[in-house]
Design a protein around this ligand. Structure first.
Ligand code: HMG
Ligand code: MG
Length: 308
């Protein structure tokens, strides 16, 4: 494979971007079949070898809620968690944090909802009570020297409540940062966001005193808008993007969620814009093809297909 995008640098855009790979977590949590531990460990290892600077490995959530990741401790036990590449895990509550601490995990992510319905469906909580659940998690994790990322879901639209008020997203996100999270990932869980809406949200956070370098963008590609939204976010100065290898993904508690922005599609666009990302596209595509073979279905990524 030797095809590469035409490169034309846009000097108004950031020079370097960090890709936060979520395929082994957001991708595999939504697969109908169970992926064996060996394959998960190999998947994460291949993503690290392909140059992904952060790879979200799994979730310490309730195994009945997400059976696909019930093997989290087994997977983590076989990962180089003290190595140079951070391998964060999702943690919703203190029970999850205990499991993460037992496994020697160094980086965790809490995940909040901007809407009441999703807080109930995904966390069995309310918007207000989720903060009570997260507060001791963040406090204990920071005291243990862990790094804490926070997600907010349903930041653009919600399948049950419709349009989501940006003020509500900013309110929820700001509280997670005040709690001590180092980075906030803005989730378009069901992929209904559009480009100007992205800019409006980033401006909303800026208006609340949250600088752009504390924000990451987490786009799902349900309506094919993820890449356009990523470009809009780049124009606002965002430099961290969540993506999943091969476009795997979704959320089992939001039926209309499909795969994340495919890492390959993001890498292709960034390369074309002359933005550094450090990822070896060929190694990444071959990893996604291998995983597609294990899952028994073709990758939805346009770049994986085109280079296939
Ligand atoms: P709950 O049923 O309310 O839990 O679930 P509980 O606190 O009432 O506890 C009930 C039992 O579960 C207890 O056991 C606990 O010990 C146990 P018992 O005493 O009855 O024997 N338990 C646990 N066991 C293992 N690990 C745990 C744990 N917690 C309690 N962590 C809970 C509440 C939060 C646990 C549940 O709702 C849950 O696990 N939810 C996770 C759902 C999920 O993982 N969703 C997908 C990730 S979010 C996402 O994909 C969005 C994102 O990508 C961004 C975007 O796209 O927007 C991040
Ligand atoms: Mg997601």
């Amino acid at each position: 494979m030797s095809v590469l995008p035409m490169v034309e640098r846009d000097p108004s855009l950031p020079e370097r971007v960090t890709i936060f790979e979520v395929g082994p977590r957001d991708g595999l949590q939504n697969e109908a079949g169970l992926v064996p531990v060996d394959a998960k460990v190999e998947f994460i290892g291949r993503l690290v070898s392909a140059g992904l600077p952060i790879v979200e490995a799994t979730s310490f959530v309730h195994p009945k809620w997400v059976p696909q990741l019930a093997d989290a401790a087994e997977v983590v036990a076989r990962l180089p968690i003290d190595g140079p590449t951070p391998l964060p895990v999702l943690v919703p509550n203190e029970r999850g944090l205990d499991r993460a601490l037992e496994s020697g995990v160094r980086h965790i992510a809490i995940f909040a909802s901007a809407t009441e319905t999703f807080a109930a469906k995904n966390l069995n909580s309310t918007v207000e009570d989720q903060f009570t659940m997260f507060a001791p998690v963040v406090e204990r994790a920071l005291a243990a020297g862990m790094d804490v990322r926070a997600y907010v879901s349903m930041c653009f639209g919600d399948p049950w409540e419709g349009a989501v008020d940006p003020t509500q997203v900013v309110r929820v996100g700001s509280r997670l940062l005040e709690m001590g999270a180092t980075q906030l990932s803005i989730g378009d869980t069901i992929g209904v966001g559009t480009a100007a809406h992205v800019a409006r949200l980033v401006q909303g956070f800026a208006g609340a005193g949250v600088p752009v370098d504390r924000l990451a963008m987490h786009f799902h590609d349900t309506y094919g808008q993820a890449l356009a939204n990523a470009l809009a976010a780049l124009r606002c100065g965002i430099t961290t993007f969540d993506a999943s290898a091969g476009g795997l993904g979704g959320c089992p508690y939001a039926e209309s969620a499909t795969g994340n922005l495919a890492t390959e599609d993001l890498v292709w666009m960034l390369t074309g814009l002359g933005i550094e990302h450090g990822v070896d596209l060929e190694a990444l595509v071959s990893t996604s093809r291998w995983m597609a073979g294990i899952l028994g279905r073709e990758s939805p990524s346009a770049v994986v297909r085109a280079l296939g």
